[in-house]
Design a protein around this ligand. Structure first.
Ligand code: NZQ
Ligand code: ZN
Length: 381
C-alpha cells in the first residue's frame, strides 16, 4: 500500500426532510449567495424548501449555471458575489452547480480571473465557505474538492481542486423528479468513478478492493430496480450514497488510480457536447480492451467477483468481463459507441492532437499518451 493522507471534512446530512436543517448549519448573520442551475429546483419544490428554511436570512440569488458549467457564466456570479459582499455560497443543484460554485467561492476572494484558477493547475489556497443541497447523485462533488469547468471560447474542459463543501444536504426525495437519462448517466458516472480507482493492478489493498466491489455490486443490484421504479426512496437512497462514496476518497486510500476514461470523456464533452455519464459508458469498455494486457489481473478479479465469470481461458474471461460492462451500460439505455452519436475520425484526430500537444501520460503506468487515446477511441467506433 502506498503512503497517503486522508482528510474529508464535509458534514453529510442525509435523509427525508433534511433541507429544513439549513438554519442549524448557517450562521444567521452571514450573507449567502444561493446558486442554481436552469430551474429544475423551481419545478420540484426544492427552491421553496430552501427559501422557507432560510427565511429571515440575507440572500442573493444567481441562476443559470448550465450542465458542464462554463467559466463565462461563472464570471457573472463572481461579479455578483463580490458586489454584494457575500460571506458564503450555497449551491442548490446537481454536480454542475456544485462544481461551478466551487470556482465562484474561490474566485470571489481572488484577484485572478476564474479561468486562471482552473488552468493554473495550482491548488487553491483560499475560498469562501461553500455548502450544497444536492439534487443529482453522480459526481461526488458534494463531498470532494474537485470541480470540472468548461470554457466556451476555447472548447476546453478541465478539472481543478479547491476546498471540500463544509456540509452537504442529501435528501433522496429530491431525486424523484430526475429524467431517466440523468439517472442512467448518474449510475454510469458512479460505476466508472469506482472502476477508475479499482481497475489498475491487483494485490494493493484487499480492503480498498472490497469497498470498491461493494459499490459496483450494489449498483448492479439496484440499477435494474431503479429503471423500473424511479421514485423508490430506499433504492434512490442507496444510489445517492453509492455516488458520494465512490468519489470522496474512501476507496482510493493507498492505491493507484487510472483516470484515462474520464480524461478522454471530458474531450468528447468539450468538442461534441456529449453528456458526461454517456461519454464514460462509451469509453470505459474500449479502455479496458486496449489496456487488457496491462490490466489483466484486475480485469479477471473484477470478472469473477462482480460478474461471476470463472469459466474459460484468461482471454475468454477478460472478453466476457468487458462485454458484461458494456451490457450494463446498455441496460441503462445509454449509447456505448461513438458511431451511434455520429462521432467519427475527425474528433478522434482532434483529441489525439490535443493530447500530443499537452504531452499527457494518463493511467497507473502513465503510458496513455495521444496515440494510445486514439487506439481507445477507434475501439469505441
Ligand atoms: O439545471 P437544472 O435545471 O437544475 O437541471 C439539471 C440539468 O439539466 C437536471 N437536474 C438536476 N437535478 C435534478 C434535475 N432535473 C430534475 N430533477 C432534479 N432533482 O439535470 C441536468 C444535469 O445536471 P448536472 O448538474 O450537469 O449533472 P451532473 O450532476 O451529472 O454533473 C455533471 C458535471 O459534473 C462534472 C462533469 O464533468 C459535468 O461537468 N463532474 C464533476 C466531478 C467532481 N466534481 O468531482 C467528477 C465527475 O467525474 C464529473 O466530471
Ligand atoms: Zn465522472
Amino acid at each position: 500500500m502506498n503512503n497517503f493522507i486522508f482528510r474529508n471534512p464535509t458534514k453529510l446530512i442525509f435523509g427525508k426532510g433534511t433541507i429544513s436543517q439549513l438554519p442549524k448549519e448557517i450562521d444567521p448573520t452571514k450573507k449567502v449567495l444561493l446558486t442554481f442551475g436552469g430551474g429544475s429546483v423551481k419545478k420540484n419544490g426544492v427552491y421553496d424548501q430552501v427559501i422557507k428554511a432560510l427565511e429571515g436570512y440575507d440572500l442573493v440569488e444567481f441562476w443559470g449555471i448550465e450542465p458542464n458549467p462554463k467559466v463565462e457564466t461563472l464570471r457573472k456570479a463572481v461579479a455578483l458575489g463580490k458586489a454584494e459582499k457575500v460571506d458564503m455560497v450555497l449551491a442548490v443543484g446537481g454536480g454542475s452547480v456544485v462544481d461551478g460554485s466551487k470556482l465562484i467561492a474561490a474566485s470571489i476572494v481572488s484577484e485572478l480571473d476564474p479561468w486562471a484558477l482552473v488552468s493554473n493547475r495550482f491548488p487553491i489556497t483560499e475560498s469562501l465557505p461553500l455548502a450544497s443541497v444536492l439534487t443529482l447523485p453522480a459526481t461526488g462533488s458534494e463531498m470532494n474538492s474537485g470541480a470540472v469547468i468548461s470554457n466556451a471560447e476555447t472548447n476546453e474542459k478541465f478539472a481543478f481542486y479547491s476546498f471540500h463543501p463544509v456540509f452537504s444536504i442529501l435528501d433522496p426525495e429530491v431525486t424523484f423528479s430526475l429524467p431517466e437519462f440523468q439517472i442512467s448517466c448518474g449510475i454510469a458516472d458512479t460505476f466508472v468513478h469506482t472502476m477508475e480507482q479499482y481497475l489498475t493492478t491487483p494485490g494493493q489493498s484487499p480492503l480498498m478492493d472490497r469497498w470498491a466491489e461493494g459499490i459496483l455490486l450494489t449498483l448492479i443490484e439496484i440499477a435494474p430496480e431503479i429503471m423500473e421504479d424511479k421514485t423508490n426512496y430506499d433504492l434512490m437512497s442507496d444510489f445517492m450514497l453509492c455516488a458520494t462514496m465512490a468519489l470522496n476518497g474512501f476507496i482510493s486510500m493507498g492505491v493507484s488510480q487510472d483516470w484515462t476514461t474520464h480524461m478522454i470523456g471530458h474531450e468528447l464533452t468539450a468538442l461534441k457536447g456529449v453528456t458526461h455519464g454517456e461519454t464514460l459508458a462509451i469509453v470505459l469498455p474500449a479502455t479496458m480492451t486496449v489496456l487488457s494486457e496491462q490490466k489483466k489481473g484486475k480485469i479477471l478479479q473484477y470478472g469473477e467477483r462482480i460478474w461471476g465469470i470463472t469459466e474459460g481461458s484468461e482471454g475468454v474471461r477478460v472478453a466476457e468481463a468487458i462485454a458484461c460492462t458494456e451490457r450494463f451500460f446498455r441496460m441503462l439505455g445509454l449509447k456505448t459507441r461513438l458511431s451511434e452519436l455520429g462521432i467519427g475520425q475527425d474528433t478522434i484526430d482532434e483529441i489525439e492532437r490535443r493530447f500530443n500537444e499537452r504531452q499527457v501520460a494518463f493511467g497507473e503506468r502513465q503510458n496513455v499518451t495521444g496515440p494510445v487515446a486514439r487506439a481507445i477511441l477507434e475501439e469505441c467506433l
